[in-house]
Design a binder for this molecule. Structure first.
Ligand SMILES: *Cc1c(COP(=O)(O)O)cnc(C)c1O
Length: 406
């Protein structure tokens, strides 16, 4: 029995089977590379699902976490810490760069679903309960976040979910206008749908959503948990003028998580204007939220993205990867939002077979649907990593064509 097989057997013996059998047991990482328990090396083109912004074992992240833990690791929300306050200020400026234009405030959490839970509770404080969400949306797996997630297979086993949610087709501003009323508390939208396979809406969609929500006194809530923190080449996707037209006003709520602390668990619900003071003392809480270690990690991620020019790297690497992917006839469409890239495969080519063939060849990618691939690599991915993958791609697709998976 190999070391992988041994760990996998112990995993299935001790860990609840919610994720299926793990594809690999990984033991270490460096930059955009990881190694499995049998010593095989992989280029990580998934980045822990858009989480490992700085790749693996980045010295800035390791240093910040180590230093913070040696200084002060956890307090409670009876107390404040400098990293927490600094991170809150940074996120407020990120969402609302025109300082002083509005009150902007943060509620910290430990995950994406919890950031959306906080925002969901915040919307209830408007005195309204109706929420409009989109078909194909993914907002997380807790009961509240699941109520906003459209996938029937995720929802059905857990109904009844918190109610009063209307789903409208994604990217369709007319359908949105028809669904929002003066009783609507909020509209929740991903600027790009990640779990659906990287779906990019029309450029005027978010601006239209802003107009519609403002007209009805409803909150505009952008779920940037996957698209935020440099993923698309700008700090936030709604600020990316290659993806979307400028909004007439900033969103009322932005939720963040995945890439924010580069792999240390964190989430944030950022609210602007009147929405920033809807949650009052006693309305919400979380023991770990705003933890100094997670905050220090996030500050290190933000500093490194800035200092190392990673937003520019995202654009350059995305263009290189996209051009290479588009060149293969078995790939029928490539949708790139910076380093969040979705690929449609020619009919009959099974995405699970492509993921398996890629793994065999030493590349980690993901298939959000049976016909789509997703790439969400570390923002530090190099040209050499991209070229290695593109050189291997024809053989990976050949191998996948010869396979039939269940
Ligand atoms: C991943 C994700 C979530 C949920 O985050 P978790 O940390 O897994 O709870 C919510 N919304 C979007 C858009 C996501 O991509």
């Amino acid at each position: 029995m190999t070391s992988q097989q041994d760990w996998t057997q112990r995993y299935t013996g001790a860990v609840m089977n919610t994720f299926g059998t793990p594809k690999l047991v990984l033991i270490k990482g460096q930059g955009a590379r990881v190694w499995d328990a049998d010593g095989k090396e992989y280029v990580d083109l998934l980045g822990g699902i858009a989480v490992n912004a700085l790749g693996h074992a980045h010295p800035a992240l390791v240093g910040a976490v180590t230093e913070q833990l040696q200084t002060l690791g956890h307090i409670s929300n009876f107390f404040a810490s400098a990293p927490q306050v600094e991170l809150a200020e940074r996120l407020c400026r990120m969402v609302e760069p025109s300082v002083g234009a509005a009150d902007t405030k943060v509620f910290f959490t430990n995950s994406g679903a919890e950031a959306n839970e906080a925002a969901f509770k915040l919307t209830r404080r408007t005195g309204r309960t109706h929420i409009v969400a989109t078909e194909g949306a993914f907002h997380g797996r807790t009961m509240g976040a699941l109520a906003l997630t459209s996938k029937e297979a995720y929802r059905a086993p857990f109904e009844p979910l918190p109610g009063d949610v209307t789903f409208v087709p994604y990217g369709d501003a007319e359908a949105l206008a028809a669904a929002v009323t003066d009783a609507t508390a909020a509209v929740i939208i991903e600027p790009v749908q990640g779990e659906a396979g990287v779906i990019i809406p029309p450029a005027d969609y978010l601006a239209q959503a802003r107009h519609i929500t403002t007209a009805h006194g409803a909150l505009l809530w952008l779920d940037e948990i996957q698209t935020g923190i440099g993923r698309t080449g700008t700090w936030l996707a709604f600020q990316n003028d290659e993806l979307c037209d400028e909004l007439p006003a900033v969103p009322d709520i932005v939720t963040l998580a995945k890439g924010l602390a580069g792999g240390i668990p964190i989430g944030a619900c950022v609210a602007t204007g009147a929405a920033a003071s809807l949650l009052q003392p006693g309305n919400h809480g979380s023991t770990f939220a705003g933890n100094p270690i997670a905050a220090a990690a996030a500050l290190a991620v933000l500093d490194t993205i800035e200092k190392d020019g990673l937003l520019e790297n995202v654009a350059a690497i995305s263009a290189r990867l996209t051009a290479g992917l588009s060149a293969d006839a078995r790939i029928t469409e490539v949708r790139a939002a910076g380093l969040l890239i979705g690929v449609d495969l020619v009919e009959g080519l099974d995405s699970a077979a492509v993921v398996a063939a890629a793994l065999d060849a030493g590349f980690i990618i993901n298939n959000p649907t049976p016909s789509r691939l997703r790439f969400a690599p570390p923002l530090v991915l190099t040209e050499a990593d991209v070229d290695a993958f593109l050189a291997a791609l024809p053989a990976i697709l050949d191998a996948a064509e010869g396979t039939v998976t269940a």
